[in-house]
Write a protein that binds this ligand. Structure first.
Ligand SMILES: [Zn+2]
Length: 367
């Protein structure tokens, strides 16, 4: 039985009649997190983790019909029981667990295993079938310890500040910016953030995440600035000159990518799993079958098959966006969604009202 099938509009659950992270508007969508390539405008109903809702509304508009389902609580949607589990990717990121007639599937969404002070840590969920993201699914992608890379960033900031040079950290506006803001040492002066990041910060605070206060005056020489890459060259950043720039991304693991970005410096900090964490996650899931989504799907499938694991590629209509492109969409595509979306049955309210009594009792089971 296929609990999830890839379609032009993204992953679809035929039994429950809903999509996960659809790439186009659908009647009912479970959204694993608020990044632009996972949360699209125009869906009838959205279901997400409660702490994802402020981010969804920030990105898609206050008028969306969005409902939160507590982590670990389960609900029946037609013939399938669903629950949401932390993915550790960004605030409000989830894995979706589906159970039907004793078979358990998990779709991971984007996830990481490194610590992040701004979101819940990834939680392994046993399953029969695991659909995992493979954005960095090559053995060359091995992340340094997050603390070590943070110390490199701090040393760079400190050196720059002593020379009167500003440090421009080029980051995604949702996730990486807040993770860094919560992690950087406060003794090197206030941190300036681009407007696109400030807007996301407000949504994080609304969701209950404490973030340090950021500077409100324009940056000047010796400042630390968190900014989206598209702002480099703007007048706002001209005031920070002289400055050095550095990308903070998993893509910085390869020299070629650093050169493509036009900066010799990059810090390797990702909100996705690296190769060892990907393999560990697959092992811990106990899955009999593994589907690879996004990025290096063919390479991961080939490797798993060589190891004797049944594996397959999952191709959906979701665009494969470069992170810089994703960030552009997040930063500059902020027009609110239409507030008069058509009414659709809720995810999980259409039937099986009696099952509501079970909510919260279902925990992931060993398989
Ligand atoms: Zn993401």
């Amino acid at each position: 039985m296929n609990l999830l099938v890839p379609t032009e509009r993204g992953l679809y659950c035929p039994v429950g009649d809903f999509h996960i992270d659809p790439s186009r508007a659908v009647p009912r969508a479970i959204v694993t997190h608020a990044h632009a390539d996972h949360a699209v405008k125009g869906c009838g109903k959205y279901l997400a983790a409660p702490d994802c809702l402020p981010l969804l509304r920030h990105r898609l508009g206050r008028g969306i019909e969005a409902e939160g389902l507590e982590y670990g609580r389960s609900r029946r949607v037609r013939g399938v029981r669903i629950s949401l589990h932390p993915a550790g990717h960004v605030l409000g990121s989830i894995q979706v667990r589906l159970e039907c007639r004793g078979e358990v599937w998990v779709a991971t969404g984007d996830y990481k295993r490194q610590p992040d002070p701004t979101c819940r840590p990834f939680e392994p969920v046993p399953c029969h079938v695991l659909l995992t993201e493979t954005t960095f699914g090559l053995p060359i992608y091995v992340w340094p310890e997050a603390d070590e890379e943070l110390q490199r960033i701090e040393s760079w900031r400190r050196r720059n500040r002593e020379r009167g040079v500003s440090s421009l950290l080029l980051v995604y506006s949702l996730g990486k910016a807040q993770r860094l803001l919560a992690s950087l040492a406060p003794d090197l002066g206030p941190i300036h953030v681009h407007d696109a990041i400030a807007g996301v910060n407000a949504a994080y605070r609304e969701a209950g995440i404490e973030l340090p206060t950021t500077a409100i005056d324009p940056p000047s020489a010796g400042s630390t600035v968190l900014t989206v890459p598209q702002a480099v060259g703007t007048r706002w950043l001209a005031a920070a000159a002289p400055y050095e720039t550095a990308y903070v991304s998993g893509w910085m693991r390869t020299r070629r990518r650093r050169q493509q970005r036009g900066t010799g410096r990059g810090f390797v900090m990702s909100d996705h799993v690296d190769w060892p964490a990907l393999m560990r996650t697959i092992r811990e899931s106990g899955a009999e079958r593994v589907g690879a989504m996004h990025g290096s799907t063919a390479e991961v499938v080939r490797f798993l098959r060589e190891q004797g694991t049944e594996a397959f590629e999952v191709r959906t209509g979701r665009p494969q966006l470069d992170p810089a492109t994703i960030d552009r969409a997040e930063s500059f595509d902020e027009s609110p969604a239409s507030s008069n979306a058509p009414a659709h049955p809720s995810l999980g309210e259409a039937d099986d009202a009696a099952d509501d009594a079970d909510d919260g009792d279902d925990r992931p089971e060993g398989v």
